[in-house]
Design a protein. Sequence first.
Length: 326
Amino acid sequence: MQERSSVEDVDPEVVARYKAELGTEASDEQVLRSRGFLQDGHLTNAGVLLFSENPTRFIPWARVRVIRFDGNKMETGRRLNIVKDRTFDGPLPKQIEGAKGFISSQLREFQYLGDDGRFKIIPEYPEFAWFEGLVNAVTHRDYAMSGDHIRVMMYGDRLEITSPGGLPNMVALENMRYTRWSRNPIIARTLVEFGWVRELNEGVQRIYDEMASFFLNEPTYSEPNGMSVRLVLQNSITSRVLRQADVVAESLGEGVYGDLSEYELAAVQYTYGKGRVTVRGLAEHLGRSSKVARATLRSLADRRILDWHGTSATDPSQYYDLHRAE
């Protein structure tokens, strides 16, 4: 690839934007060379992906495909249910922007009548959650893996983002919320400079937080066949018609809602989305100790906001759920 690509292949618009972010007026060639994207007159792999006008000329699988289906599963043959199918294959900044605009145009909005008598609109998913998932896929996919591309599959009940390449050795599904890593550090650094990426990897944790704030189920990550990473965001009937402040305030009363601490409010949101909560589950969700989680849940139970279920304090199956008035 390095023998075929050169500075003549760059997208001048993307390079101009990059120079503006860096605050430099140096020539395109000088900037690309000084930042390590041009060596011996040829674009590096990262240079091709980030700045070439047509990266798929050199890396045919470097693209994002977004498909929207009618229904909750993919049909084939005469029952084929693809509604929209778009592929984005320019330089990575343009792939991100193009896919973002298209996904946004395909997402639904739901109206409900608020207590004030006015209609309010709720998006199908929090924007940060699906956009961060898209950016992470573009940033961290395995570009050495040929024959596959990033896929965003939009179903009636969920949105799936699949990125080629399994998790690196130091990262597992159990620790990825808190582990800082990057398969492609040069690409990650550059997208940080473009403003697309959170360098400290706090984005994954925030996906969980944003989904909880919309009363949606937790996002789920998996490694299909150990060859890719998949993020699934689920919607729900509840999330389409209810929003954080409205639901909690209506369920608990304005006075009680206003008195909740940060951890207590997070616990109520989490319980609402999951149906039930354990001390361990809340501790993991909050990123705090079991002692903090236990005290939070006991406080909510004492105030009859949550109900405790178990046979004893040491019951391994004990849990809490939302209090139901008799």
